[in-house]
Design a protein around this ligand. Structure first.
Ligand code: SME
Length: 156
């Protein structure tokens, strides 16, 4: 596969991710390219990236992403990302304005999909996708992103 030929039409997302990641590289290098792939892959994405959990699992810190400026620190007790990390589960939000504790990094964001990345039982990061559209992400997108999270977990 050539990097220029990566597209939804020709490959599955997990094939692309497996092709791109290189376990010999620093984590940040892998996540940087993956954030761009995720941004381009799903339709209607305004922000795509990673928040990395601290050792104590109390806080998420901004990792590589594509999109407008974002919050650098999210406590596990706050926001959709924190909810996902605390409850160790995927969170699909059709309308972020109805989600108690949502953190509005951008006032344009209307829907969001967050999937945790696990190392064993521990959440080491979350993948966050935002959209300016309401209900932009589907349950099928969530399943695809969970597959991605599983593949990426070997980098941690
Ligand atoms: N909206 C997120 C915060 C991260 S930014 O949107 C990039 C949340 O509520 O967790």
């Amino acid at each position: 596969m050539e990097i220029e030929s990566i597209s939804r039409e020709s490959q599955s997302l997990s094939t692309v991710i497996n092709f791109l990641i290189d376990e010999k590289l620093p984590l940040v290098s892998n996540l940087a390219n993956l954030s761009r792939v995720l941004f381009d892959w799903f339709k209607g994405v305004s922000w795509a990236g990673f928040y990395l959990a601290n050792e104590e699992n109390t806080c998420l810190y901004l990792g590589p992403y594509q999109g407008p400026l974002a919050c650098t620190t999210i406590p596990f007790s706050k926001g959709v990302c924190g909810f996902s990390a605390t409850n160790k589960r995927t969170v699909l939000v059709d309308d972020v304005h109805t989600f108690k504790g949502h953190i509005a990094c951008s006032s344009m964001t209307n829907s969001e999909l967050v999937v945790p990345i696990f190392k064993g039982d521990r959440v080491v990061a979350v993948i966050d996708l935002d959209s300016n559209n309401f209900s932009n992400f589907t349950k099928e997108d969530a399943v695809v992103l969970e597959d991605v999270a599983f593949i990426i977990s070997k980098l941690f």
